[in-house]
Design a protein around this ligand. Structure first.
Ligand code: BGC
Length: 768
């Protein structure tokens, strides 16, 4: 509750409290939700209570289900289920809800959950791609649409956003998050929570968000999914926690734990993080669901002796709902009966789950999400498809464009489109395709055919598979390339090479795709490469040998149209990398906010620096990198207040001009560096950004207000502080391409700042 709101409540409540003469009077003052839930809990048997804590997979499988078996129906009738996941469909879920409300003793409605991560039926770019848009408003909009479609199909709750910071492209789930940067991660976390939950959960088209996987799941040793994280408290606080804090502050109604342990403490039973930090420090009021079977996995972690012990540990640590292990529904019941766990602990968890159901309005109308006509109307609406194309265009990153090879002319004589991903309807759907269908996908080949002039011939050859070593298609691909005026070569990964349990030990182009590229380039026909992939790929040969590369990630159903718009200049690309692209797997972890070290890395011949002997130390493409078909000139940096205090905001302005002949967008990026601090600071830290669209020759003034508290870090005593001293500010087009810089001074003493506040810079644009 914000301060003003609490004051308002106090002003209303104090006179009533003074008048209240009996306990009965006092109970009248309880907010209606509390009163409702109190009386419901009073009526519940212990069996019904633990039932609310249990979540099962709808059809019992990992796949999505549009029907349910009799065993599950029986559980519902007995009040032994709080939620189902992996289920979908207004009609089916309406029927299931009917059993819960009409045939169970207390008629408590069920809550239905699904991984609606980047769309339900209208599939948008994967989160790593949409983070590259650097446009939170656009991300919020597509997330809103995902929620509208999900809500229309009976879903109340999504297991998203995934807000895990990831520095290791071997980890397959890097595709599900916003990349490597905690500030960008926080901004995108907030945008997505606001998108899913819209104007409030009581509306019919909003769903509960569930930021996951709390926490440091994105830091598995060796990049192996589910592996342990060895993370210091400082790094945890400064890198991995901020996007979760942002999601909580944005009002996320639920949260999911990670499968991992941090320094030996499994996240399914880490009381310090699940209760002390999440609830007490940050004020989280939602409920926590365990990740799939992760309570039972406490046995594998070696911290629980049996299922009873695992359940007790998880519940006491702060997990409220058990996804699929069955422990909360079965073993907790026995433990309470035996007196090993107090019923009060169960009541706490039950209350949080019932509160979510109440906030969703399910006690008023359990069927509000199950209206078949609404479902028909909302799914894959024209305006949703339009938004999918818009988001896909915004997400594309132009990595290289030597001599302005791109955009291509639409009246080329012959365009050869090569590569098995060029006509792949599956890959663009990405890692969490929910109910996305291949039939709705526009491939690159189709997009190109739609875009070129009637006289242009488009010829296609697969060349090779994504994986494997079959080279039998090379010959045909080479002859197709040789007869063309231009080649668009589409390379990368299949959709199932990234995502959960898809860690890789190599991050090169899979199979024989690099060899194919060598052969095609060898024909002498100009080649532009389109990459489709769920993780940064090490492509040094391509970077050196082809003139233009587009990083498209997996862009959703409108993939091909969006890529063609960029290839042929109907859209000027402006996405920027949300994650560093390394030169080779050996550079991992490769991220821009590393420390300087005592011997800063240098590629000069002096060997005694923090570099590799056999590889340049710089990445292939740095964080924040992305080109445009136009150029931008930065000038006139002014700092309004060169001396500030911890709780002030730094106010800066500068000019930016589109110096080219076409309209375009630039993501201006603000980085800072503490010059001297008590703990070695990162070489750069992103603290603000804004994507600005400019007409040709247009110039504007950019005004930025940066809360100085964004410089906060954890000192030796693990207090979050802002230290006095000089701070460098750098404004750039990428983390490496810094265009303007200056410094300011923080005056006064070291200031301790709140650990439960999240700060954002504000940017506005005015005429110059
Ligand atoms: C994943 C979660 C997901 C859950 C339900 C788990 O395996 O780690 O991210 O939400 O399954 O599908």
């Amino acid at each position: 509750m914000n301060k003003l709101k609490s004051l308002f409540v106090l002003v209303l409540i104090i006179p009533l409290l003074l008048q209240a003469e009996s306990e009965q009077d006092l109970s009248l003052l309880k907010p209606p939700m509390d009163e409702f839930i109190d009386s419901l809990i009073e009526k519940m048997t212990l069996e019904e209570k633990v039932g609310q804590l249990a979540q099962y997979a709808g059809g019992g499988s990992m796949g999505f289900n549009t029907g349910i078996d009799d065993k599950n129906k029986e559980l519902v009738k007995k009040g032994k289920v709080g939620s189902f996941l992996h289920v979908l469909g207004a009609d089916f879920l309406g029927g299931l809800q009917k059993i819960a409300v009409e045939e169970s003793r207390l008629g408590i409605p069920l809550i239905f959950g699904l991984d609606v991560v980047h769309g339900l039926k209208t599939i948008f770019p994967v989160p790593l791609a949409s983070a590259c848009s650097f446009e939170p408003k656009a991300v919020e909009k597509t997330t809103r649409i995902a929620a509208v479609e999900a809500a229309a199909s009976g879903i109340h709750w999504t297991f998203a956003p995934m807000v895990d910071i990831a520095l290791d492209p071997r980890w397959g789930r890097i595709v599900e998050g916003a990349g490597e940067d905690p500030y960008l991660g926080a901004v995108m976390a907030k945008a997505q929570v606001e998108g899913y939950q819209g104007d409030g959960l009581s509306f019919e088209n909003t769903i509960l968000a569930c930021p996951k996987h709390y926490v440091a799941y994105g830091a598995p040793l060796g990049g192996r999914d589910y592996n342990s994280a060895e993370v210091s408290k400082r790094t945890l606080n400064e890198v991995y926690l901020p996007p979760f804090l942002a999601a909580v502050k944005a009002g996320a109604g639920s949260l999911m734990n990670g499968f991992n342990d941090i320094n030996g403490e499994p996240m399914a039973c880490d009381k310090e993080l699940l209760t002390d930090v999440l609830r007490e420090k940050w004020g989280f009021e939602g409920f926590v669901v365990s990740d799939w079977n992760s309570i039972a996995e406490l046995l594998n972690h070696g911290v629980a002796k049996d299922r009873v012990d695992a359940g007790k540990k998880a519940l006491s640590a702060g997990i409220d709902m058990d996804m699929t292990s069955g422990i909360f529904g079965e073993e907790i019941l026995k433990s309470v009966k035996k007196g090993d766990i107090s019923e009060k602990l169960v009541d706490k968890a039950v209350r949080r789950i019932l509160e979510a159901k109440y906030k969703l309005g399910l006690f008023d109308d359990p069927f509000k999400y199950c209206k078949v006509e609404v479902e028909k109307e909302e799914i894959l609406k024209d305006e949703h498809i339009k938004a999918a194309k818009e988001m896909a265009r915004k997400s594309i990153v132009l990595l290289k464009n030597k001599d302005g090879v791109l955009p291509l002319k639409k009246d080329l004589g012959t365009v050869a489109v090569i590569g098995s991903l060029a006509d792949d309807t599956r890959a663009p759907l990405g890692s969490w395709k929910a109910f996305g269908e291949e039939k709705d996908v526009v491939t690159v080949l189709e997009g190109i055919k739609n875009a070129v002039s009637r006289n242009t011939k488009v010829i296609y050859s697969k060349g090779c598979d994504i994986k494997g070593n079959d080279r039998s298609g090379f010959k045909e691909a080479v002859s197709v390339a040789a007869e063309a005026d231009m080649v668009v070569l589409v390379l990368g990964e299949s959709d199932d090479m990234s995502g959960e349990a898809r860690s890789c030990s190599e991050i090169d182009l899979p199979g024989v795709q690099k060899e194919l590229a060598e052969k095609i380039v060898g024909t002498g026909t100009k080649v532009v490469v389109v990459l489709m992939n769920g993780r940064p790929l090490a492509i040094p040969w391509l970077a050196e040998n082809v003139p233009a590369i587009l990083e498209a990630w997996f862009l959703g159903i409108q993939s091909g149209n969006a890529i063609a718009d960029v290839l042929f200049g109907d859209y000027n690309p402006g996405g920027k990398l949300a994650v560093t692209i390394p030169r080779s797997v050996g550079q991992i972890p490769c991220f821009y906010y590393h420390k300087n070290t005592g011997r800063p890395a240098s590629d000069e011949l002096n060997q005694h620096t923090a570099r590799y002997f056999d590889l340049p130390v710089t990445p292939l493409y740095p964080f924040g990198h992305g080109l445009s078909y136009t150029e931008f000139k930065y000038s006139k940096l002014k700092i309004k207040n060169k001396k500030v205090k911890a709780n002030d905001s730094l106010e800066i302005s500068f000019s930016i001009k589109n110096t080219g002949k076409i309209a375009g967008s630039e993501v201006i990026q603000l980085y800072i560096k503490d010059v001297v601090a008590s703990i070695a600071p990162p070489v750069k830290k992103l603290v603000g950004f804004k994507r600005i669209y400019l007409e040709d020759r247009e110039q504007v003034k950019v005004n930025m207000k940066m809360p100085v508290n964004l410089l906060g870090f954890y000192n030796k005593k693990m207090k979050k502080v802002v230290e006095p001293g000089e701070v460098r500010i750098m404004i750039g087009s990428s983390s490496e391409d810094i265009r303007l810089d200056d410094s300011f001074t923080i005056e006064g003493k070291e200031t301790e700042i709140s650990e439960s506040e999240i700060y954002y810079s504000e940017t506005s644009v005015s005429s110059d």
